[in-house]
Design a protein around this ligand. Structure first.
Ligand code: PA5
Length: 439
């Protein structure tokens, strides 16, 4: 993996780009953030150890699932679902069990999944670090009940991935003898894809967890260096931070040029938004896909407000290609394409988009990977996680909590009739009565 950040620099952006001396001005913050990472200032920095963990228990369970199941259904939300989805979309082998990820509690989606699967050929993986997430609890309860009513034993159809000691899901796993995997205590949802959260799914879909971790370990080495110009995660975070504080560019668009990486954009958006958006600070991530969004968003990015940075992911080798036939040679618009390949075209489109943004004075960076495989995906996960934690530290915020999400959860529980939240339920009632602006 390499990052070309030339089109972030002043040399290309006519007074609207970063100068090397700008990076110098934030050297003290970079140094402090690096020290915090080194010293594990937050216990949640434990995610840094994930590339070096033993995966034998995960593989054993993965084999058990592969042998017995035609369907594998994940119940989890947020960081407990988005990572596994990236793995399935980008790496799934065709002969592995079909995988469904039920994250939203949309009843229609559950119907669709249940119509497709045969319960007795299915293993459900309940993933929740806390064990207290409403959406996951509700879907788990439905599945547990269904299994029982169908005469199936829950312990033969469930795997619980949760905290090693704490939370109600751990209690259930112990009490009912359900197979389980531990999420290391310090690893929080959005930084957990390289823990059993993602690795069990990887194993079920035919990907060796070691390969994901190998790519992550390689990135780990490069991203452990203090020198900002040598550390891809630090340069990435520092440039986006500088674009915010110097030019008020607060929107960060991730645009991989591959359909199979669409969900990587969504995973990144959760990581970036939930980690950095606090105390009135934060950068707004936006998921995009090239070349599709050139025909949807690019006009705005080039001529609209100068408040964005585009981050491209370029793929050198798609692992397959197709030549455009040399036909209709007498029509000049067609003749242009004949003889070229689709991968040549999509790569030219990525480069042209970066060039046209640059010509308009709009910044972009290009992350290039050689191909989409377990090692490069593992590397991207670890890279973005380190970059996010580092950027949060630059802003002086805690990149691992999400205090603002709690108030919504409290109202939901109050609406569900939680005994000790009567006051909040009353508040909801009053607000509903007052909310009369409607047409
Ligand atoms: O990143 C996070 O910590 C959150 O988005 C969680 O992943 C999400 O809220 C689900 O939490 P849990 O895994 O505890 O069910």
């Amino acid at each position: 993996m390499r990052i070309n950040y030339s089109f972030m620099m002043d040399e290309f952006l006519k007074d609207r780009g970063i100068k090397p001396e700008h990076l110098k001005t934030i050297e003290p913050e970079i140094r402090k953030s690096h020290e915090k990472i080194e010293k594990r200032y937050y216990p949640e920095l434990e995610f840094l150890d994930l590339p070096f963990k033993d995966v034998s228990q995960i593989k054993e369970l993965g084999n058990w699932i592969k042998e017995k199941a035609s369907h594998f259904v994940i119940l989890g939300i947020g960081g407990s679902a988005l990572g596994p989805r990236v793995l399935c979309d980008s790496l799934k082998k065709f002969h592995s069990p079909s995988v469904f990820i039920y994250d939203n509690v949309d009843p229609k989606t559950l119907d669709r999944i249940l119509k497709h699967i045969k319960l007795k050929e299915t293993v459900f993986n309940v993933i929740t670090k806390s064990g207290t997430t409403g959406e996951t609890i509700a879907s788990f309860m439905i599945i547990w009940d269904l299994l029982k009513k169908t005469g199936l034993k829950p312990e033969e159809h469930l795997v619980i991935t949760t905290d090693p000691e704490k939370g109600p899901m751990r209690k259930i796993a112990k009490e009912y003898n359900i197979k389980s995997l531990p999420i290391p205590p310090g690893v929080v949802g959005r930084y957990s894809v390289l823990s059993p959260v993602g690795l069990l799914c990887a194993s079920v879909i035919g990907i060796a967890p070691e390969e994901l971790l190998e790519g992550a370990a390689e990135i780990h080495k490069r991203c452990s260096q203090q020198e900002v110009f040598k550390n891809p995660a630090y340069i990435f975070g520092s440039l986006l931070y500088l674009n915010d504080i110097r030019f008020s560019r607060k929107i960060n668009i991730l645009m991989p040029y591959a359909d199979s990486l669409k969900s990587l954009s969504e995973w990144f958006c959760q990581l970036w938004a939930e980690s950095l958006g606090k105390e009135g600070k934060g950068l707004m991530p936006y998921p995009s896909t090239g070349a599709t969004d050139q025909h949807s968003q690019l006009q705005l990015w080039i001529e609209g407000p100068d408040d964005k940075v585009i981050i491209f992911i370029r793929i050198e080798d798609y692992g397959t290609d197709r030549q455009i036939p040399v036909i209709f040679n007498d029509i000049k618009e067609f003749a242009l394409f004949g003889g070229h390949t689709l991968s040549e075209l999509i790569k030219a489109e990525q480069e042209s988009t970066a060039l046209s943004l640059m010509k308009a004075g709009r910044p972009s960076m290009t992350i290039t990977i050689n191909s989409i495989n377990a090692s490069s995906i593992g590397g991207l996960f670890h890279f973005f996680e380190i970059a996010t934690a580092f950027t949060g530290l630059l802003y002086g915020i805690n990149p691992f909590n999400q205090p603002a999400v709690e108030s919504g959860k409290i109202f939901t529980k109050a609406m569900m009739g939680k005994e000790d939240l009567k006051e909040q339920a009353e508040e909801v009632k009053k607000i509903r009565e007052k909310s009369k602006y409607e047409v």
